[in-house]
Design a binder for this molecule. Structure first.
Ligand code: HEC
Ligand code: HEC
Ligand code: HEC
Ligand code: HEC
Ligand code: HEC
Length: 492
């Protein structure tokens, strides 16, 4: 007997005989179905349909492989059980039934399996394709994964609301895609087990609240932002006008006007201004996980030499910490998810007139209501308008009778501002995610430009106000420069 025949006689025939039991058959069906679904998903991916949706991920990376495996395990389990029962009953045949392709029943059985498999593939591939394209959308991702609510909410009102999450968070290339999947799977496990986590905090993984920032796995901006933005574009100077309101009864309005020297690379290849200078090679070491404390900065000069700017407290010792090449994200860290301060939120809404500056004390009172403690966004939505009315009731009931619509609108807008920036269930509140652009509310540029980062030759990273901007007016009421330039502000 050849080895092949022996294999057939001693293994295949007994396996087919013992395998003919309900447990093994269910196992086979489960394995086939999940296997076919997986193949369908992979085919869809092969044609370039990537998705970072967590729920599809749960199905494809956890549930389907688990089903596939448990089906595979059920097959031998069924075989063993049947063998034991038959052995006990003394009913194991001396010779196992033959595999006979001439047997019409057996042949039809195979036909049915073949047809069913082809149909399965067609159905499943199509379903997966449609499912995947739906789930690929940021809308689905942001909405179905409540953990992302803060980022998704901010994203929807950002300039990037039409840029898919994957464009910045994954970028192009198979390696990036793979590492995103590994990372995503870890997060899925954390999200899926979240309800159980408090029972055994050390064993069951849980997701962190808030989701930590910076995203250490985010790829260099070269592979993400620069797919759309040209860093060397020369932007020249940019005019910035900011309105703010005081805490007095009239909500006195004033404007800050500045010209930012954005620069870039000019037609003579000179790199100037805020964008230009940092395009060269700048590396830094951050000594805290949020990249706020940056005591050591190294710049590669145009002639190839290097200058180290170190905080005086270091006494010449290079600190330990994350070493990173500076790119867009070191300034634009909130490009798609800008959370503003409560003051900025209400100032903008008042400048736009959505919260009417004609309501007495509205800046002071609104700010206090925004910063209040609420257990959830629903709680805030119920209490803020109520408390605003109660305030006017107590202080100035005429406002309620004369401008009821404006008070209602202000209450509604305060709720909106709160819900765009504070997410109690994720422990995201005012100031949780600092913005590195500027230096007023957070250290931002002054993480390096604090005048204390000094090179060996005594030069320091500049803190000269005019290197970055010309201040044309600082909190001035109706600054003349605006009328000189013919700039009209909303509501004036
Ligand atoms: C324009 C690029 C861009 C797009 C589009 C984008 N993000 Fe981000 N995202 C970022 C940057 C930049 C950070 C902060 C990275 C850092 O500081 O390291 C970030 C951070 C995050 C964080 C970490 C927590 C935090 O708030 O810093 C989460 C979660 C997140 N994004 C989810 C999403 C989701 C969900 C979408 C799609 C709905 C999305 N992002 C779309 C650029 C983007
Ligand atoms: C898929 C294309 C795309 C990618 C990727 C992208 N952007 Fe943008 N970005 C845009 C578009 C389009 C606009 C202009 C939107 C408008 O004018 O309303 C914009 C606007 C901006 C603005 C000005 C508006 C604002 O929010 O202040 C900044 C700054 C910016 N992007 C930075 C970034 C950074 C940083 C990254 C990488 C983390 C990035 N972008 C990735 C397409 C992109
Ligand atoms: C040193 C900090 C810094 C770095 C690095 C940086 N930017 Fe900016 N960028 C700024 C500042 C400051 C502004 C003006 C902000 C404002 O308008 O309030 C700005 C504005 C912009 C704008 C809006 C321009 C306009 O005309 O309104 C875009 C787009 C932009 N940056 C993209 C990028 C991209 C892409 C990169 C990476 C190649 C980058 N920036 C790197 C600081 C930086
Ligand atoms: C990681 C450190 C770091 C951060 C953060 C940083 N810079 Fe710089 N910046 C440097 C270094 C290094 C230089 C080069 C030193 C020099 O020329 O004095 C520089 C130079 C500049 C210059 C040119 C100064 C001159 O004298 O010509 C401008 C303008 C500037 N930065 C603006 C900004 C702005 C605006 C921000 C915040 C949005 C910012 N920088 C954030 C490191 C940083
Ligand atoms: C390293 C660059 C840099 C230096 C140095 C710098 N600033 Fe600024 N400053 C910025 C940027 C960038 C913004 C705009 C932030 C934004 O886009 O909202 C800003 C904004 C401001 C604003 C308006 C802020 C607001 O939100 O109302 C004031 C006021 C201001 N700077 C004052 C100063 C003064 C005074 C100095 C000198 C002691 C100074 N800055 C030095 C980069 C710088």
């Amino acid at each position: 007997m050849s080895a092949f025949q022996r294999f057939r006689e001693n293994w295949v025939r007994p396996a087919l005989f013992f395998g003919n039991n309900p447990i093994s058959l269910v196992g086979g069906a489960v394995t086939t179905a999940s296997g076919v679904t997986l193949i369908g998903y992979w085919l869809v991916e092969l044609f370039g349909h990537v998705t970072d949706n967590p729920y599809l991920g749960i199905i494809v990376f956890l549930i389907l492989p688990a089903l596939f495996l448990s089906g595979l395990i059920l097959i031998p389990v069924g075989v063993l059980i049947r063998r034991r029962t038959l052995k006990k009953a003394g009913r194991i045949p001396a010779e196992f039934p033959r595999i006979d392709l001439n047997d019409p029943i057996f042949r039809h059985g195979i036909d049915i399996v073949l047809v069913a498999t082809v149909a399965n593939i067609l159905v499943v591939a199509t379903a997966t394709y449609h499912g995947a394209s739906y789930m690929d959308s940021p809308q689905f991702c942001g909405r179905s994964c409540h953990v992302m609510a803060p980022e998704y909410t901010a994203y929807q009102i950002s300039a990037h609301s039409h840029v898919a999450c994957v464009e910045c968070h994954i970028g192009t290339g198979a390696k990036a895609y793979f590492s995103a999947k590994v990372n995503g799977t870890k997060q899925l496990i954390e999200v899926s087990f979240h309800p159980l986590a408090p029972l055994a905090p050390r064993i069951i993984p849980n997701y962190p609240t808030p989701i930590p920032s910076p995203v250490s796995s985010l790829r260099p901006a070269r592979y993400t932002c620069e797919g759309c933005h040209t860093p060397t574009r020369f932007d020249g100077d940019k005019l910035l006008v900011k309105s703010s309101f005081a805490d007095d009864q009239q909500n006195s309005e004033s404007q800050t006007v500045l010209i930012l020297h954005l620069g870039g690379e000019d037609s003579f290849s000179h790199r100037t201004g805020i964008h230009g200078v940092h395009l060269g090679h700048i590396e830094y070491i951050a000594t805290d996980p949020t990249r706020t404390s940056i005591p050591w900065v190294q710049r590669e000069n145009p002639d190839g030499s290097e200058t180290v700017y170190a905080a005086s407290a270091l006494n010449g010792v290079q600190p330990k910490g994350e070493r990173r090449v500076m790119d867009c994200i070191d300034c634009h860290n909130r490009a798609a998810h800008t959370f503003v301060t409560a003051d900025e939120a209400i100032n903008r809404a008042m400048a736009d007139g959505v919260i009417s500056p004609s309501l007495p004390w509205i800046h002071k009172e609104g700010l206090q209501l925004l910063k209040g403690e609420y257990s959830s966004q629903d709680d805030a939505a119920a209490k803020i308008p109520q408390q605003l009315e109660a305030f006017y009731q107590a202080q100035d009931p005429d406002v309620l009778s004369q401008k009821p619509a404006l008070v209602k609108a202000a209450g509604r807008e305060l709720v909106t501002l709160y819900s765009q920036n504070v997410f109690p269930f994720m422990k995201v509140t005012w100031g949780t995610h600092p913005n590195h652009i500027g230096h007023q509310d957070y250290p931002g540029c002054f993480r390096c430009h604090d005048g204390d980062h000094v090179a060996k030759n005594g030069a320091s990273i500049t803190q000269d106000c005019s290197a970055c901007h010309n201040l044309l007016a600082v909190e001035e009421a109706k600054p003349k420069v605006l009328s000189d330039l013919g700039i009209q502000l909303p509501g004036q």
